[in-house]
Design a protein around this ligand. Structure first.
Ligand SMILES: [Zn+2]
Length: 121
């Protein structure tokens, strides 16, 4: 018995339970290959931009920390690309959901911390 690589349902027909799942899986995989570099760029920017803002606004504050959380969270929500390990243990659809959920949690925590770290605003 195999499991569908997209939705995780048991399947006897191969790697996918239906044509729709195969198409969805390939679409995400293709997007990962196409946008992988953009994703990395966003991660790097999510670290550098908050640091730059902190140094310009108020080098003594911790404003970079919540900003990084928000930027990184947004990046993960937009590009819910997961490691192959996560996809192996869950299905791709579950991995994408977990990735988006974690990204959203990061944004919420970042927004909650923002007022405490931003005396300058
Ligand atoms: Zn499926």
């Amino acid at each position: 018995m195999m499991r569908c690589r997209y939705c995780g349902k048991d399947t006897v027909t191969g790697s996918f339970c239906c044509e729709g799942c195969r198409k969805s899986f390939e679409a995400i995989e293709e997007r990962m290959q196409r946008q992988g570099r953009l994703f990395l760029l966003c991660i790097v920017a999510s670290v550098i931009v908050p640091m730059a803002i902190m140094f310009i606004m108020d080098p003594d504050s911790f404003i970079a920390l919540p900003l990084m959380l928000i930027f990184l969270g947004l990046t993960v929500v937009v590009f819910p690309f997961c490691t192959p390990e996560t996809v192996e243990s869950f299905s791709l659809r579950t991995s994408v959901k977990i990735g988006r959920g974690l990204g959203a949690v990061m944004v919420v925590i970042g927004l909650a911390l923002l007022p405490f770290c931003a005396d300058a605003f």
